[in-house]
Design a protein around this ligand. Sequence first.
Ligand code: GLU
Length: 471
Amino acid sequence: MIIKTRFAPSPTGNLHFGNIRTALYSWLYAKKNNGIFVLRIEDTDQNRSKSIFSKNIFDTLKWLNLNWNEGPFFQSKKIKYYQEIISYMLKKGFAYKCYCNNDVLLTMKKKKISKKEKPRYDGRCRNLDKNFHSLNKYVIRFKNPMNGIVSFNDMIRGNIKINNSELDDLIIQRANGIPTYNFCVVIDDIDSNITHVIRGEDHINNTPRQINILKVLQAKIPSYAHLSMVMNSNKKNFSKRDNSTKILTYKKLGYLPEAILNYIVRLGWSHGNQEIFSIKEMIQFFNFKSITKSSSIFDLNKLLWINKHYMNISNQKYIKEIIFYYFKKNNLDYKFGPNLDKIIENFLPHSYTIQDLFNSIVDFYIQDNNIMYPDCINSYLNFDTLNILETIYKKILILKDWNLNVILNIIKNVSLCLNVSLKNIIIPIRLALIGKIHSIGINKIIYFLGKKKSLLRLNKFIEHIKMLLFL
Ligand code: GLU
């Protein structure tokens, strides 16, 4: 038997960590078994499905290298085909037209609730005369078995049993003629020969309903695994509308795809105490037995830690290529600054994301004339700053031994000599050199900018103050 899994998102929002975990586990299970991973876009809800979200699905999976072997299949392109099967089911008596309008359904519901019964549809249109004709709108319902039990063995949760008497006669075609989710899923799983359905636990109530449809169509019942939810740090379910959990936001923030996958695989699955997994190891060790039944909570600090790890074990050429992209986006040319390899080598071990790394190094590549000063600069344009900067300038000018410690000592020395706190020495130098109050260590800035550039920028700032002070 060829193992076939599928990822079947609805394009109604952007993929988040919970969605991608479903995709990853399905992908891993297929890979582990030399199977096939299918991508299906469940876009029958015409009001909520948007092509921009389908694009988000493709872009996210491609960025994470979760390549699919078959598809993407779009349900919206199969409407006629689903309708033909529904007609067949009507003919065979597996389904029936239901003419109950909203008022009828509401009264039915109220009555059931007042009798403390489950507010299910009571099946009153089940036995309408074959020749019954009406011009009223109708939906098509599946004739769910009235008795017996439907059971399945969930690969994570064990045996699950539901009495058919608990289940509604499910609507499989809406009044506008569009088939519903529960029906299309069943047909597509049959058509794609899906052997393992891996999805969120929000679908666990749909499974017995889908199994009943599979049974009347005499199809093979796949195995099921329902994954617990992933929640945000406020213990709320993730939403496809929330940009802060959108996976591609993390691409923009400078996370590596390897780190995202490694973080996600551990959201509810474990292999001993191991935290870091290569893709090969994920495929090798993945199994359903070690998946937890309880919900997982998103932990940004852990993701940052994993990302830092991957940044530091990655080939530096790979990191440099992503940094190039940041340069391009920011209209900067790395040729205007110090040697990029050296800079990356120095700042990489302290960076949690590529964005972090870029933030630490960007100041070295801004052209001397493009430094932007903050508003608070005015409170520094005075004689004290002038004195500090002129003293530093002179010391750097005669400096022969260009190394980080020596530069730091010069700054400390100036602080002592002028009797000004180290902090009040450093801020004016930072302003002069990079136009910022906060930054990485000032000695690193001077060191990597180099003597020529440091002196040039100090001088420019000194001249600016002098001009303001009419000197
Ligand atoms: N389209 C469903 C969703 O986005 C998934 C259905 C399934 O996996 O069966 O939640």
